[in-house]
Structure formats: C-alpha cells, structure tokens
Design a protein around this ligand. Structure first.
Ligand code: AMP
Ligand code: MG
Length: 417
C-alpha cells in the first residue's frame, strides 16, 4: 500500500534519508593507516595492514587424502595383487625404494613417494600378511592431494584490509606466519547522558531508571579491533558534557547516548558545537529519528545516539557500525536482506522507513516466514532480544497484513566491526 506523504503522516520535510545520512558520514572520514605487529594468536578480529604473499605452497608435497595403499596405477592394471614394501605415516615418510608391483601402506596426510601415483582406500582392498589385493581399482591419480592445491606458492593469500577470522587464522598459520601487521585499534569512548540515570547496583529514586544503553553500547563496541573507554554517566549539564568531551582528544570516535533531541535537557549538541562541528539530523527512519554527527578536536568522530534503547541500537547498526568499519578500511555493503511471508499484522504511518523487530524462521514447507515481536515502542529493548531480524518497511508503507511478503534483515547479516 502506498500513498503520497501528507501532513497527517510521519513525514518530515527537514529529514534526511538513511542513505544520504550514511553517505555524508562515510564521506567525512578517512581510514586509519597506522599499524602494529601482533602475534598470530592475538590477530583474531584485527585488520591486516598489508598484503600477505606466500613463499610456500600448501600442501607442500603430494600426500594421501585417505588411509589406504599407494601404488603405481600401471602395475595394478597388470595384476590386482601387489606386495607391501613398507608404510608412510603422516610426518613419517617412507624412505625405501620400490620395485615393480610394490605398494606401501599410507595414512591420510602422509607423503606419497614420487614413483607412486595412486592411492586406494583401505575399504576397497583385501590385505594378507604382505600382499594387497585391490578389489576396486580407482582411476589413476586418485586420492592424492597435489602441492599447492590449497595455497599456491608465490601468490597473494590475502589483500591488505582483510579481517582476520577463524579461516584466515588457520591459513596464516598454514604458511608458517607467526606474527602479522595489523591496523592499530580504534579508540572509542562512550558515555550515557541523563539526570534520570543510575548505574546498575544503585537504588532508584523517583523518576530514575538504570542506565542500560552504556551496557548495550559496550556489547556493540566490543571487538578486537576497538579499544573502548567507558566514560560513565553524565548529568544533563553543558559543563559536564563539555568536560567529558575535552578528555577525548586522543580518541578516534566518541559515541554518546541520549541528550541529542530538542528537549530542554539536551546539551550534547551544544557541547559538541562548542568544541568542534556538529550536524544534527532528523533521519527518515523509525526508531531513531534524531542523530548527531560531527568532529571534535582535530579528527575525533562524534556520534550522538538517541536515548531510547531501540533507537540507539538501530542507529548504531545503520550509521556507527559502517563508520567504524570504514575507519578500518572496510567497505560499506548493504546488509543481506531477504523476503519472508508475514504471519502477523504490522501497523505503520507513511513517511519514514521502519525497522520493526521480527522473528524469522522457516515454515514446514521450507519457506521463510516472519512474525512480529509485538509492541514496537522504542523503549522496548526486549523486542530486540526476542528478535533475530529487522522487518524493513519502506517510507511509503502503511503497514502490512498477514500473508504479505516483507523485507527482512537478519541481525546476523550486519558485518562484524
Ligand atoms: P533522550 O534521548 O535523552 O531524550 O532520552 C530518550 C529516552 O531514552 C528517555 O525515556 C530516557 O530516559 C531514555 N534513556 C536515555 N538514556 C538512557 C540510557 N542510558 N539507558 C536507558 N534509557 C535511556
Ligand atoms: Mg536525556
């Protein structure tokens, strides 16, 4: 269902589209280049600072893909009975010489002697004291892993800016590298603002709430590529916020929660403006309309997220995550979006993109279906906990009915920092 925006809807002519805001943010930052050497064991989640070239092949030698027997295929065409001359184990090669019609016992990963060209799996043989009968002859060359079939010598294994994950750790180890050059960590400071906030563990007075966003932000910002600094809770005064910001000159990024709306207690914008430059945007999205973005000192990127927890989460996913990645040289890619059949009714006013929280699953016929998590208000952080995806409803949408096909973005499709 679509319609032109009217003054009865959620449309605000001063607002910026999500893509336009993200583009402005990404255009305003340059990737870091400083790097450091770290032991391989400490490189998980870090970003390679330079290309990795190989000076070895992996595998480095012909080896068996099976537990079985290695032989010359030409011999086995003449007779199906070969004599056993020895064995080659992983790490303990066969060193003898082989006469015609001789074979060796061989284990997975063991070196295949140059003069042998085929391995038969042991299940396809019958063995007597020192004779092997090949019951099913494999084709010549079978079950031998060739040198370089995993990694070629003199090749580029990874380009610079590759993120080191589990397979990359294994591959770096497999070429014998024990230390890698990675981009330095980004230093990211974060704090909550709000006179109503108390840390967990402190009793609540009338009208007070526990500060949950700083903990959520800690969860979102915990990454081996980031060095995070928790600056605590700040009261809603210009001086407190200015004081905290003045201590962030060495930071690459500052992320704050709350105080960026247009309310009387919203001092974050003013504090940033006095120490740098700031843009305040109303984004055409829900939740998470207000967002502040700017620069502090010379080169500290500032993000002021809205205080409502779900708004903070969505804003983080849409803007802060791509920005942190871009500072680490990681390109922006749209998160994978799928189409699923809605099993509930969703209400929405036209005028903003909405990221409602959904539960994506596969039905009995193997098709994707998505249910709502219920109440979608921006203080309902349980809606994110219960969800595994966003249901993305476009600007014009006026809601969706059970049976409609809707776009979903699995949380897992947001890339790691
Ligand atoms: P604000 O963006 O400061 O106007 O706050 C919007 C709403 O989010 C208010 O209901 C605040 O009480 C709430 N809020 C602000 N900061 C936090 C926080 N750190 N944790 C939980 N809720 C918060
Ligand atoms: Mg506030």
């Amino acid at each position: 269902m679509t319609k032109e925006p009217t003054c009865q809807d959620d449309y605000d002519p001063d607002s910026l589209s999500i893509d336009a805001a993200r583009t402005r943010i990404l255009d305003a930052l340059a990737p870091i280049t400083d790097h450091e050497a770290v032991p391989l064991n400490e490189s998980l989640g870090r970003i390679l600072a330079s290309d990795i070239h190989t000076t070895v092949a992996v595998p480095g030698f012909r080896n068996s893909a099976m537990d079985g027997y290695a032989f010359r295929h030409a011999d086995a065409l003449k007779t199906n009975t070969l004599s056993l001359a020895g064995k080659s184990m992983a790490g303990l090669p066969f060193h003898g010489t082989l006469a015609d019609s001789q074979c060796i016992r061989i284990m997975t990963g063991a070196l295949v002697p140059d003069e042998l060209d085929t391995v038969v799996m042991q299940e396809n043989t019958t063995i007597t004291a020192d004779e092997l009968v090949i019951d099913q002859l494999p084709v010549a060359g079978s079950n031998i892993r060739q040198p370089g079939s995993n990694i070629k010598n003199n090749s580029q294994l990874f380009p610079a800016l590759t993120r080191v994950g589990a397979p990359e750790l294994g591959l770096l180890a497999s070429i014998g590298i024990e230390s890698v050059s990675v981009l330095r960590q980004l230093t990211v400071a974060f704090f909550s603002t709000g006179d109503e906030l108390q840390p967990p563990g402190k009793p609540l007075g009338p009208g007070q709430i526990h500060d949950s966003n700083r903990y959520m932000l800690r969860g979102l910002l915990t990454s081996p590529a980031l060095n995070i600094m928790d600056l605590g809770i700040l009261p809603d005064t210009l001086n407190d916020v200015k004081q905290a910001l003045s201590e962030t000159a060495h930071c690459d990024v500052v992320v704050t929660s709350g105080g960026v709306s247009v309310g009387e207690a919203d001092y974050v914008k003013a504090a940033v403006e006095q120490q740098g430059n700031l843009a305040f945007w109303k984004i055409l999205m829900k939740p998470g309309r207000p967002l502040s973005h700017g620069q502090l000192h010379s080169g500290t990127h500032f993000f002021g997220l809205p205080g409502n927890p779900v708004s903070g989460m969505v804003t983080f996913h849409q803007f802060v995550l791509p920005a942190l990645r871009a500072l680490l040289g990681q390109p922006y890619t749209q998160p994978l979006s799928l189409v699923a059949t809605l099993t509930d009714t969703l209400t929405k006013l036209p005028g903003r993109v909405e990221f409602q929280r959904g539960i994506l699953s596969t039905n009995a016929s193997g098709d994707l279906q998505v249910a709502t998590t219920g109440l979608q208000d921006s203080h309902v952080l349980t809606s994110v906990h219960r969800a595994n995806c966003y249901i993305e409803l476009d600007i014009q949408s006026t809601g969706a009915a059970s049976g409609d096909r809707v776009s979903v973005i699995p949380f897992q499709s947001f890339p790691a920092i």
